[in-house]
Design a protein around this ligand. Structure first.
Ligand code: CTP
Ligand code: CA
Length: 225
């Protein structure tokens, strides 16, 4: 089966994938999270492994499971933990696909005890998290690929291209929220892939498994120019 594996398009290529939301603690019983299911990232990890890749998956809290037992799963909870895991693992990998829905803000302090209800209004002070993708983009080597996602509700392509440039990406996958059924909660996505030469590929509404296959094919193309 070692002989068989060698014939696969991503045989022995090391790829890092992130998936799911991050949870940012407010107090011992509460957190700020988001609706990311982790489905997209888990599907990408499985499809890459199916094509022979050596996959490390860094996942925030999700109920997803992997089909392929060869994938190395690293569980994290917060944006800070995901940053630490990503900066640790990226140098040993040829590509990173950042599909996680990382919190943009985290509470300045975590209350040591459960916050008791008091006034009519409660303010929780938040501070910006580190942009993981941007951090990886700053240390990216010539022999590495970096792929990000963009979730937009307006000026989709303009904002996606801005992120591609600002974060030094090779590809950005624009997740359209415009279509019924698309989005990070459900089972389908409508994506547009934009590369660093601003070449665009528009896809129809598909299941997340099908979308994961399209993304894999793009990665294979990039690795075999
Ligand atoms: N991302 C990241 N670290 C963060 C926030 C986002 O690595 N702290 C990554 C996401 O995983 C995704 C990409 O950046 O691959 C774009 O995420 P998105 O939320 O669309 O964009 P932001 O840059 O966070 O900007 P905004 O939310 O304001 O649109
Ligand atoms: Ca964001």
């Amino acid at each position: 089966s070692d002989q068989l594996k060698k014939k696969l398009p991503l045989a022995d290529i090391k790829i890092l994938v992130t998936a799911g939301p991050t949870f940012e603690a407010i107090d011992p019983v509460r957190f700020i999270g988001n609706h990311s299911s982790g489905k997209m990232g888990f599907a990408i990890a499985d499809e890459l492994a199916h094509r022979g890749a050596d996959v490390t998956l860094i996942a925030g809290p999700t109920s997803q499971t992997l089909k392929n037992p060869a994938i190395k799963l690293v569980n994290v909870t917060t944006a800070a933990e995901m940053l630490e895991a990503c900066t640790h693992y990226y140098p040993q990998h040829t590509a990173c696909i950042m599909s996680a829905a990382v919190a943009d803000y985290t509470p300045v302090t975590v209350a040591p005890q459960k916050i008791k209800k008091q006034d009519a209004v409660l303010n929780i002070e938040l501070t910006k998290t580190t942009d993981i993708l941007k951090t990886l983009g700053e240390s990216k080597r010539d022999d590495q690929l970096l792929i990000g996602f963009a979730l937009e509700t307006e000026k989709e392509e303009e904002y996606a291209v801005e992120k591609l440039r600002k974060k030094n990406l090779d590809l950005i996958i624009l997740n359209s929220m415009n279509d019924e059924g698309a989005g990070f909660k459900g089972d389908t996505n409508k994506i547009t892939i934009i590369d660093k030469h601003l070449q665009k590929t528009i896809f129809t509404l598909k299941t997340k498994t099908e979308v994961a296959r399209d993304i894999c094919e793009k990665v294979i193309q990039l690795l075999n120019p």
